[in-house]
Ligand binder design. Sequence first.
Ligand SMILES: Nc1ncnc2c1ncn2[C@@H]1O[C@H](COP(=O)(O)OP(=O)(O)OP(=O)(O)O)[C@@H](O)[C@H]1O
Length: 248
Amino acid sequence: MIELTNVQKTFGSNQVLRDVNLCIDKGSSMVIIGGSGTGKSVLLKSVLGLVIPDAGTITLDGQDVTKADRDAFLARFGMLFQGAALFDSLTVWQNVAFRLLRGSLKRPKSEAREIAIEKLRRVGLKPDVADRFPAELSGGMQKRVGLARAIAAEPEIIFFDEPTTGLDPIMSGVINELTREIVDEMGATAMTITHDMSSVRAIADHVAMLHDGVIQWSGAVADMDHSGDPYVDQFISGRADGPIEAVR
Ligand SMILES: Nc1ncnc2c1ncn2[C@@H]1O[C@H](COP(=O)(O)OP(=O)(O)OP(=O)(O)O)[C@@H](O)[C@H]1O
């Protein structure tokens, strides 16, 4: 379980997280929504211990994330970055096996390659893709490779940062479905940040909306459409008028 209690973070005069309280149950999928610049990435980085809150606590299974042994702690996470963020100079399989080729999760090269090929297959890519370079692949294929990399070390917790950015609606749907399937079959805890409402509906068990430094609303995805919260209503319907200022 991931638990954030009274988390605060300010950069200079910019108070980004004012008082964030959030709980993500083991094996469940939480999607954080919110406008640009509301602090979703700061929140995600805080859970990874990459941003240190000014106040409040973040725990993973009861352990303070800022006090955990870095290597062992990060080994529990998989991450799909915005825009896939593959290493151009590495082949596809080396990208997928990145964490299996170094550090605490290191395996022999042949074994790492085998795992990479198996994970590529899981995301719908054939073994012949393994020796190609990311630049030779379409955006949708790169996302699949990013997903294969995120699951390569079979993490307990997976973070998805804008998983469908740059994809057309059909490919977004495919990636969303694949993401949900994989999270379910791994039994992983998932935390996703996105603006894409189709991702929210496909991936989330629970939704939390970050606005003005606090979790404005949180609840089951099934309750999102009748939350009664004017901020959530405005966000999911994409209206310019409402309590959220459209000009920032
Ligand atoms: N390291 C940093 N130093 C200073 N300010 C920062 C830093 N990281 C983030 N911020 C500020 O915190 C605010 C929230 O940024 P963040 O990237 O978390 O927003 P976001 O909700 O993820 O936005 P988007 O959806 O556009 O990616 C922004 O005003 C940003 O400029």
